[in-house]
Ligand binder design. Structure first.
Ligand code: ZN
Length: 254
């Protein structure tokens, strides 16, 4: 099932599910008990929002060998994690804003895990029970500031630097899906989720040994090689085979 958050006109945002090209409302608790109403509203009549509002966004650095190499970095022996603030969340279709502090903002195409249950010290073999579904993300990064700061909070944390969506797929199989990034239609990144250094269950076990995972939390699982700069006027598309396509234009902040 594909889950969206959407808005019709000026109404309050709602959760919905997508069937063919129509949306039906979800009534109740998305991470608890809910009821699906008939999918009768055409998708083009609604505005799709970021499909969930996470309490925290955990990201994994250098989780593809070729991407670590392109930055001359070692592949980490244990997962390398960092956080993006929820204030960086961007809806599908809305512009990534280039901040004046950076001269080198780059795209990072990533598979994103959505957590469905509260958990601490989750074992890898139990991880599946804590996954609500998957979505498509772009871990937008100010590469020059990432290098100069050492700490990554500023480089990864600007407003609009966390686009994800357009939906959460609750049945997606992440074991071997092609992940691509195109800028203005030109292919920049292509890899398979099969090439991840640390698998999704390993990441969930590792992260939950540090912090309690909550329903709605996101895990950005790292990017394949080919990251590159974004300029004003570009359109960036991240696509994961069988999951969906996330599209955002790029504009200057202010
Ligand atoms: Zn990343």
């Amino acid at each position: 099932m594909r889950i969206v958050r959407y808005q019709q006109g000026n109404e309050a945002p709602r959760y919905g599910w997508v069937f063919e090209d129509k949306v039906g409302e979800i009534e109740g608790e998305l991470f608890g008990v809910y009821r699906r109403r008939e999918a009768s509203l055409p998708l083009e009549e609604v505005r799709l929002l970021a499909p969930v509002l996470p309490g925290k966004i955990i990201c994994v650095g250098r989780n593809y060998v070729e991407h670590a190499r392109e930055h001359g970095a070692e592949v980490p022996k244990i997962p390398l994690i960092f956080l993006k603030p929820p204030s960086a969340i961007l809806n599908p279709g809305e512009p990534i804003l280039l901040p004046p502090q950076s001269q080198q903002v780059e795209h990072e195409a990533e598979l994103v895990v959505v957590i469905g249950r509260r958990g601490k010290n989750i074992l890898p073999e139990q991880a599946r029970e804590y996954i609500f579904g998957y979505t498509v993300g772009n871990d937008v990064t100010a590469r020059d500031l990432q290098r100069s700061d050492g700490q990554w909070t500023r480089a990864k944390g600007f407003d609009t630097f966390c686009p994800f969506g357009p939906w959460i797929d609750t049945e997606f199989d992440p074991s071997d899906a092609v992940i691509t990034c195109r800028v203005n239609g030109q292919l920049r990144q292509m890899g398979s989720t099969r090439e991840m250094v640390f698998s999704v269950p390993t990441l969930i076990a590792f992260i939950s040994s540090v912090m309690t995972l909550e329903p709605g939390d996101l895990i950005f699982t790292g990017t394949p090689a080919g990251v590159g700069p974004l300029q004003e006027g570009d359109v960036v598309e991240v696509e994961i085979e069988g999951l969906g396509k996330l599209r955002n234009p790029v504009a200057k902040a202010g």
